[in-house]
Write a protein that binds this ligand. Structure first.
Ligand SMILES: [Zn+2]
Length: 452
């Protein structure tokens, strides 16, 4: 009896908790919505929903209500999520001709509903990033057509209008709204050119350099726009060498050199996601490239490994899986997440077939990689060519243009670190990137954009 008296309250409490957890899975683990951010242009908006923990979610599109009172909208139901009272204020105003507002509230116990009110029917894609957990929704005003929204993989078909948020609770909180000002510069249209059947340079070794790349400068295809993305920055140093050289500083310098060289030659517009030592979230970098309607996105990095002897040059395009274990580990490190979490991420890579230019990206990646290998080998003797690879890099997800990520040395290798301190080495890498971009553009690599 004594035992029962002692244990019964605990037992009942446990039963009560289990019941609640069954009824409301949210009870077991709750994620709090902590912010809604967005970046937009007239035909593209990326919305990021920040949470302090992981939450399952479903998205679906609802057409405008038949009485015309509700616009077309995208619903994102976050299960096992809560939203703080302080967060329940007025909707996040976007009003860019594509989105009206983003609002959020408690839909039912344990479910937070975020509603993106649209000006018109749009296609969209959604995916998650972790550490910190955030749900990204890319809304496209021209994607597939004005009457055919494309739900993400696994979404239920559109349901009847149930966009209900309790009136008192309806209201989101714009915590951070960076980049909400439309692009300040006029956007020149790219010159559409057919992609040749075999535009990639044939060289795979430094000795077999493609003539076109090593020729004297020829005018690049006019009117295209390049977004250079020096990785890391600010609080994120990237990889650090044995003697203290930081990846963020090296790639910034390479980025500046590439910009300078491309601008000197003319024929294209060059932008950078950062040209100072500042931290920019990975999802914002891609959004910047999309917003600017860039034709090429080149993310600049320096590799690292626990094996201090590791060396070589590799260039990546986006894929769900890694080419090999090293590629996956690299992507995890660049994404700032453990490998286990990376493989569990719900990527929506059909995006690639709709918007991303994987084939083109592979051509550019190979061109860049071959040029760096060839030119560094010419300067330092044979360098190791790790080749063209694929991996799930966050910074490439959702890019609507030819997009590559370059790892142009190993900062963890003492010899490479020493070289990377030399201006001549950075110049050589920058020259190679410029050559590759020029070659790629001259050979029809700048194709008409789709989706924005
Ligand atoms: Zn990096």
């Amino acid at each position: 009896m004594t035992f029962l008296r002692r244990q019964l309250p605990a037992f009942l409490a446990a039963v009560f908790c289990c019941s609640l957890a069954c009824l409301y899975p949210a009870f077991a683990s709750t994620a709090r919505v902590s912010g809604i951010r967005f970046w937009n242009s007239e035909q593209y908006t990326r919305v990021a929903i920040d949470l302090d923990g992981e939450a399952d979610f479903e998205t679906r599109f609802l057409p405008a209500s038949s009485d015309g009172k509700l616009p077309p909208r995208i619903l994102i139901d976050l299960k096992g999520a809560v939203i703080h009272e302080d967060f329940l204020r007025k909707p996040v105003e976007v009003r860019n001709g594509l989105l009206k507002v983003v609002r959020a509230g408690r839909f039912k116990p344990g479910v937070v509903r975020v509603v993106i009110d649209l000006e018109k029917t749009c296609s969209y894609q959604s995916f998650t990033m972790v550490d910190p957990y955030r749900i990204i929704v890319d809304v496209d005003g021209q994607g597939i057509g004005d009457s055919c929204p494309v739900p993400p993989l696994g979404d239920p078909v559109p349901q009847p209008d149930t966009d209900t948020i309790h009136p008192q609770l309806r209201a989101p909180e714009p915590v951070v709204i960076p980049g909400s000002v439309p692009a300040a510069h006029p956007i020149p249209q790219p010159v559409p050119e057919p992609v040749p059947q075999d535009p990639a340079p044939q060289a795979t070794s430094p000795q077999a350099a493609p003539k076109a790349v090593s020729q004297a400068p020829a005018p690049a295809a006019p009117g295209f726009r390049v977004m250079l993305d020096p990785g890391h920055g600010g609080k994120d140093p990237g990889a650090v060498g044995l003697n203290g050289l930081r990846e963020k500083d090296v790639v910034l310098e390479i980025g500046r050199l590439v910009r300078e060289k491309l601008q000197k030659e003319g024929g294209c517009e060059v932008r950078m996601t950062r040209d100072t030592d500042v931290f920019i979230p990975l999802e914002e970098r891609t959004a910047m490239a999309n917003k600017a309607r860039s034709d090429l996105f080149v993310s600049l990095h320096i590799n690292a490994s626990n094996n201090r002897k590791a060396e070589g040059i590799s260039t990546y395009v986006l894929s769900r899986a890694g080419s090999d274990r090293a590629a996956l580990e690299l992507a995890a490190r660049e994404n700032g997440v453990p490998v286990a979490k990376l493989t569990g991420v719900k990527f929506i890579l059909d995006d690639l077939t709709l918007f991303g230019r994987k084939k083109d990206s592979m051509k550019l990646a190979k061109t860049v990689n071959d040029a760096i290998v060839r030119n560094l080998s010419g300067k330092y003797g044979q360098v190791h060519n790790l080749g063209l690879k694929q991996a799930p890099f966050y910074v490439l997800v959702g890019a609507r243009m030819t997009a590559v990520l370059v790892e142009s040395a190993f900062i963890s290798n003492e010899r490479d670190e020493k070289r990377l301190r030399e201006r001549a080495c950075l110049e050589t890498i920058a020259d190679s990137v410029v050559e590759a971009i020029r070659y790629y553009s001259r050979n029809g690599g700048i194709a008409p954009r789709v989706g924005i």
